[in-house]
Design a protein around this ligand. Structure first.
Ligand code: IMP
Length: 432
């Protein structure tokens, strides 16, 4: 069912594009904000009036008291993590009401976290560099049909029976180095947390129907993507990916809505590239400039605080992201971090065994041997602080933006000039 008021926000790179800020801007006018993939491996940072909010599972619309916030079926839920996050948000003065969670969402249980660490250890020098939140093992259980769902907690006996069965399977898998906590402890803790969430007014329901009703009523709905295109389980740099569908198609499978209900897809691009964890990164900067950008951009994991690797904008990867997601417009973030650099680069193609490649390779073996072919562009000296009008931006910022637009044949309609909520230039309101 078409609805002209649905927006999807997707990270165009390896996550950490600054989606939190864009989502915050758009959710101020949204009636419903929906998370549709991932779990508490995500970390969306929003800064309002000097106060920093970090969301992992909570939709960023939680800042606005009027918005309906939905955690849909494609999201895996660590109940204890969610409760902690809610308590932290309450301490920060946020009111947690209007929070709806899918009864079909898979649970992340303590053994998933142990298994995540266990597998990483076993991988030796082939580590993925996961966030150790149990994400991979929880999605694995889901696909192998051994998952427990949030809705199972409504019936203690059913939950106990299912958990008991799965517990014996997990015990047999984990080595003695990774002792599972006692069954009763996990069972009681899940029930207690579930009850506390109910007391806080969280609603567990069929979120697919809830979203459908709002689409039908013509409400403004924002679908908030977590991670980024190149971390998608199918189309990312496998195996150095997360275990969910991070692309725009993930909205349909994660929220349970038909494709024709999606109107616009906004791709969020950071003005340079970063990636946390292992895996190929053709545009990576390997000299001391990387350290300068990392420090200036505070490129450290929101969840794990790990230093992120940084690189130039990669047009090969971005053209691929545009194709996979069908971006209708773009937002660019963190341009301010590049202020002061004399020369900037774009990766325009790759060289592999003497051949020029301009399509993002599906083979990791090829990708990791690709050398970047770059194009240089002049930087800008000025700080972008306090610039509120597009025409006041340094000329070279505008040239940088226009070069990206030309390459991706898509307009940049939102420009981030700093971390705070109001450090943003809106050229065209996507809700209109
Ligand atoms: P997992 O999602 O914890 O399994 O981690 C798999 C890969 O995805 C690792 O390289 C993580 O660093 C990366 N990853 C997961 N979530 C995020 C995110 O929100 N931002 C950036 N990278 C992420």
């Amino acid at each position: 069912m078409p609805n002209e008021k649905t927006l999807v926000v997707i990270g165009a790179q390896w996550g950490d594009e600054g989606k939190g800020k864009i989502i915050d801007l758009l959710s101020q006018n949204a009636e419903v904000v929906v998370r549709f993939n991932g779990g508490n491996n995500a970390g969306h940072t929003v800064i309002v009036d000097g106060k920093t909010y970090r969301f992992r599972l909570l939709p960023s619309g939680i800042i606005s008291p009027k918005t309906l916030n939905v955690i849909a079926t494609g999201v895996i839920i660590n109940l204890n993590g969610l409760l902690e996050e809610i308590e932290e948000a309450e301490k920060n003065g946020l009111l947690i009401k209007n929070l709806y969670i899918s009864d079909r969402s898979p649970l992340v249980l303590p053994y998933h976290i142990l298994l995540d660490k266990f597998y990483e250890e076993k991988r030796g020098n082939k580590k993925i560099g996961t966030t150790a939140r149990g994400i991979g093992p929880a999605y694995t259980d889901h696909f192998s049909r051994d998952t427990l769902h949030v809705g199972d907690l409504f019936d203690k006996e059913v939950f106990k029976e299912k958990l008991n069965y799965i517990y014996s399977l997990k015990k047999a898998t984990l080595s003695s180095d990774f002792q599972l906590p006692p069954f009763e402890e996990v069972y009681n803790s899940q029930l207690n947390t579930f009850e506390k969430l109910m007391e806080k007014g969280v609603t567990i329901t069929d979120t697919s129907k809830l979203i459908y009703d709002h689409i039908k009523a013509g409400k403004k709905i924002l679908f908030e993507g977590a991670q980024g295109t190149l971390l998608d389980i199918n189309f990312g740099t496998y195996p150095f990916v997360t275990s969910s569908f991070t692309i725009s198609g993930g909205v349909c499978v994660g929220a349970g809505i038909p494709p024709q209900s999606i109107n616009k897809v906004i791709g969020v691009i950071k003005a340079y590239t970063s990636r946390v964890g292992e895996g190929p990164f053709p545009s990576e900067i390997k000299d001391e400039l990387a350290e300068i950008i990392r420090e200036k951009g505070q490129e450290y994991g929101t969840v794990t605080r790990r230093p992120r690797r940084v690189g130039w904008l990669d047009f090969v990867a971005l053209r691929y992201a545009k194709r996979i997601n069908g971006f209708t417009e773009l937002a660019i973030t963190k341009l301010d971090v590049l202020s002061g650099l004399e020369k900037l680069k774009f990766v325009v193609a790759y060289k592999y065994k003497g051949r020029i490649i301009d399509e993002f390779p599906s083979s990791l073996n090829i990708l990791e041997k690709c050398e970047p072919i770059t194009e240089e562009i002049s930087g800008w000296k000025q700080s972008l602080k306090n610039i509120k009008n597009y025409n006041d931006l340094p000329e070279n910022v505008i040239k940088y933006k226009e070069r990206i637009e030309k390459e991706l044949e898509t307009k940049i309609t939102i420009i981030g000039t700093g971390p705070a909520r109001d450090e943003i230039i809106l050229l065209k309101d996507p809700w209109e």
